[in-house]
Design a protein around this ligand. Structure first.
Ligand code: PRP
Length: 213
């Protein structure tokens, strides 16, 4: 029998996923999240984990080197990879939002061609151009996006808001909510056919655990 391979996003989501998998009957004896190992195998239970950068998880799953993966909905929206999103795991909950200075509250639509700084250019474009039918200038940043409106790089940002602390401490506010974000279980399309029984069982067990939690 073959291994079942699961790509995990390094960090807190990996921890929560391993806890959930264990409750759902997927043990991995050698899983040690403190180690720097990137491939963790359990020959007895025939599971293997890849520890990937969160935004790369959909790549491993789309190419089929991982059967399953756990990834934030924000990454899924930005990457739009060819895979199945099979389960909302609920954890890692936050919001995707447009944020900016409080003076822009209720005035977002009054700034034509506004500059939007973001780590999520596709999400920003989809929201402003497809949903709001408004053209914008997207400025791609790699982090600390909240800095952009403070120093005049952009009028607003599109980013995830979790506790809201980063916005608050920088005198910024949510101007519009785009959608809810949380971790999702994703599945390679071929694996779903080839390892159907095992994968379906895992999804069933995980769903049950989430319902009973
Ligand atoms: C994320 C996000 C916000 C912040 C939101 O950044 O991009 O900046 O967390 O969290 P809060 O609402 O709880 O303050 P991250 O910590 O991943 O760092 P980065 O900006 O460097 O990517």
């Amino acid at each position: 029998m073959k291994y079942l391979t699961i790509a995990l996003p390094k960090g807190r989501l990996a921890e929560l996923t391993l806890e959930l998998l264990e409750k759902a009957g997927i043990q991995c004896k050698s899983a040690d999240l403190k180690s720097r190992k990137l491939v963790i195998e359990d020959d007895e239970n025939l599971v293997r984990f890849f520890m990937a950068k969160p935004s790369d998880v959909p790549v491993y799953v789309e190419y089929g080197v991982a059967d399953l993966g756990v990834v934030g909905k924000d990454t899924l929206m930005e990457e739009s990879r060819d895979l199945y999103e099979v389960l909302n795991l609920g954890f890692g909950a936050c919001k995707m939002a447009v944020a900016g200075p409080v003076e822009l509250m209720g005035k977002l639509n009054d700034i034509p061609g506004k500059r939007v700084a973001t780590k999520y250019p596709k999400v920003a474009r989809d929201y402003f151009e497809l949903v709001k039918k408004e053209s914008i200038e997207v400025i791609k940043l790699n982090g600390s996006v909240e800095l952009a409106p403070l120093v005049g790089l952009s009028e607003v940002i599109v980013d995830i808001v979790e506790s809201g602390r980063t916005l608050k401490e920088n005198n910024l506010v949510v101007l519009e909510e785009i959608c809810d974000i949380s971790a999702r279980l994703v599945d390679n399309k071929v694996s779903m056919k080839m390892k159907n029984d095992r994968i379906r069982k895992i999804i069933r067990e995980m769903r049950k655990e989430l319902r009973d939690a």
